[in-house]
Design a protein around this ligand. Structure first.
Ligand SMILES: Cc1cc2nc3c(=O)[nH]c(=O)nc-3n(C[C@H](O)[C@H](O)[C@H](O)COP(=O)(O)OP(=O)(O)OC[C@H]3O[C@@H](n4cnc5c(N)ncnc54)[C@H](O)[C@@H]3O)c2cc1C
Length: 381
C-alpha cells in the first residue's frame, strides 16, 4: 500500500481542511443549535467543486478517486458532521446511482446541477418495514400509459426536503419475475405531484442536516425515469451502500480525530491539582490509545478506498472499516467528553455535539450487526 498522497490528493485535502476551518467551524454550533440547514455552506462547497468530487469532469464533477473523496470527508467530519453527511449522502448515495447507471439523458439532466451543488440528491432505500431488511420494500410502481405510478413510503431520507433538494432515487417493487418480487430504481424529482416530504425528524444529532419521511401517492413519473435495468434495483442499491461505507468510515475517522484534537487542547489548558490535567497518566493513556486507534482506522479506510479505485473487491474491507470507525467515533467522542469533565456536557464545547453526532455512525448505511453479517459472509461463513 502506497502511503504517499499524490499532489492532487494533498491539495484537495488541504482545500477542504481550510474550508472547514474558515467557513464551517465558526457557524457549526449555531447551525446545530438552531437546526438550520447549511445552505450558504453548500453553495460555497458547490462553487469549490466539492459537491461532486468523484464524478467525471464532463458532467461538472471533480474526476477524483475514492481516496481523495475519503480525505475530503474526513476533513469535514473533523469539524462538523451535519455538513459532512449532507455532502456524503448527496455524493455517494444520492448522485452515485445516476452516475453509475443513468442514461445519457438522465446524466445530462441531473449530474451538472448536482455536482454544482445547485440541487441535492437523496437516496430512498429505507422504509418503515425495510431497514436492515432492505429487500422488504413495500413501495410499488406500476406502468400506466408510459408512466410509472408510485405508491408507498420511505423513512429517514437525508437531503430529501431542503429548498434545493432536486431528486430522490428510490427502490420500488415493479412486478414479479420467476416467483420473486422485482425491485427497480426510479428517479423522482422534487415537486412531482404525489411525492411529499414530511416534517424533519427531531434527531439526537446531525441537527443541521435534513432527514425526513417521504410519501408517494399516485405519484406519476415518466417511464424513462427507470434507473438501470428493470429488476436490478436492490442489487444496485446494495452496491451503492458498499461504496458509501468508505465515506461513512472516513466520517468516523474524522469525527474521532476532531474529538481527540479537542481533548488534547482542553487537557493542556485545564488546570487541576496545581497544573494541567494533561500531565496525568490516566488522561495521557486515553489520548494515546485513541491516537493509535485513529491511525489504524484511517489505514483500514484508505485500504478500502484504494481497493475500490484499483477495481478490486472491497466489500470486506469497507464493511470492516465502517464497523471499526463507527465504534471508534462513539468511543472517542465519549472519552473527549470525559476529558472535558462537566464542561463536556455543556453545548458550548464542540465535544458535546460530537458525542451526539457519533452514535448514528453505528446505525446508518448498515448497522454494526449488518456489517458483521457482511464480514462473516465475506469470510465464507
Ligand atoms: C439520521 C438518519 C439518516 C438516514 N439517512 C438515510 C438515507 O438517506 N437513505 C436511506 O435509505 N436510509 C437512511 N437512514 C436509514 C438507516 O440506514 C437505517 O435506519 C438503518 O439501515 C437501520 O434500519 P432500521 O432503522 O429499520 O433498523 P432495523 O433494521 O429495524 O434494525 C433494528 C435492530 O435490529 C438489528 N438487526 C436487524 N436485522 C438483523 C439481523 N439479521 N441480524 C442481527 N441484527 C439485526 C439491527 O442491527 C438493529 O440493531 C437514515 C437513518 C437515520 C437515523
Amino acid at each position: 500500500m502506497d502511503f504517499e498522497l499524490t499532489d492532487e490528493q494533498r491539495l484537495l485535502r488541504d482545500t477542504v481542511r481550510d474550508f472547514a476551518e474558515q467557513e464551517v467551524r465558526p457557524v457549526a454550533e449555531e447551525l446545530d443549535r438552531t437546526h438550520s440547514f447549511p445552505y450558504e455552506i453548500v453553495r460555497k462547497l458547490g462553487e469549490l467543486g466539492l459537491m461532486g468530487i468523484p464524478f467525471p469532469p464532463e458532467h461538472g464533477g471533480g474526476g477524483a478517486d475514492t481516496l481523495t473523496y475519503a480525505l475530503a470527508i474526513e476533513e469535514l467530519a473533523r469539524v462538523d458532521s451535519s455538513v459532512c453527511i449532507t455532502v456524503a449522502a448527496h455524493t455517494s448515495l444520492g448522485t452515485m446511482p445516476i452516475h453509475l447507471w443513468g442514461t445519457a439523458e438522465q446524466k445530462d439532466e441531473w449530474l451538472p446541477v448536482l455536482c454544482a451543488g445547485e440541487r441535492l440528491a437523496a437516496f430512498g432505500l429505507t422504509e418503515p418495514d425495510a431497514g436492515s431488511d432492505a429487500g422488504n420494500t413495500k413501495t410499488r410502481a406500476r406502468l400506466d400509459g408510459g408512466e410509472w405510478v408510485i405508491d408507498g413510503a420511505k423513512q429517514f431520507i437525508t437531503n430529501s426536503g431542503t429548498e434545493i433538494s432536486g431528486c430522490v432515487t428510490i427502490t420500488a417493487v415493479t412486478g414479479e419475475a420467476n416467483g420473486r418480487r422485482e425491485i427497480s430504481n426510479l428517479i423522482v424529482a422534487n415537486g412531482t405531484p404525489g411525492y411529499e416530504q414530511g416534517e424533519p425528524y427531531r434527531k439526537m444529532g446531525w441537527n443541521a442536516s435534513d432527514t425526513r419521511p417521504l410519501s408517494f401517492e399516485g405519484c406519476r413519473v415518466p417511464e424513462s425515469n427507470l434507473l438501470g435495468p428493470r429488476g436490478a434495483g436492490l442489487r444496485q442499491f446494495l452496491e451503492i451502500l458498499d461504496g458509501g461505507r468508505i465515506g461513512v468510515a472516513a466520517m468516523g475517522v474524522g469525527l474521532a480525530r476532531g474529538a481527540l484534537e479537542e481533548a488534547i487542547a482542553y487537557a493542556r489548558e485545564r488546570q487541576a491539582f496545581g497544573g494541567p490535567i494533561s500531565r496525568f497518566q490516566a488522561i495521557q493513556a486515553k489520548i494515546a490509545d485513541l491516537s493509535a486507534e485513529i491511525e489504524a482506522a484511517r489505514l483500514l479506510t484508505h485500504r478500502a478506498a484504494l481497493e475500490k479505485d484499483a477495481g478490486r473487491p472491497f466489500t470486506l474491507t469497507a464493511a470492516q472499516a465502517k464497523l471499526k470507525t463507527g465504534r471508534l467515533a462513539v468511543r472517542a467522542t465519549e472519552e473527549a467528553v470525559q476529558i472535558h469533565g462537566g464542561y463536556g456536557y455543556i453545548e458550548e464545547y464542540p465535544v458535546c455535539r460530537f458525542y451526539r453526532d457519533a452514535k448514528i455512525l453505528t446505525i446508518g448505511e448498515g448497522t454494526d450487526e449488518v456489517q458483521q453479517m457482511v464480514i462473516a459472509r465475506e469470510l465464507g461463513l
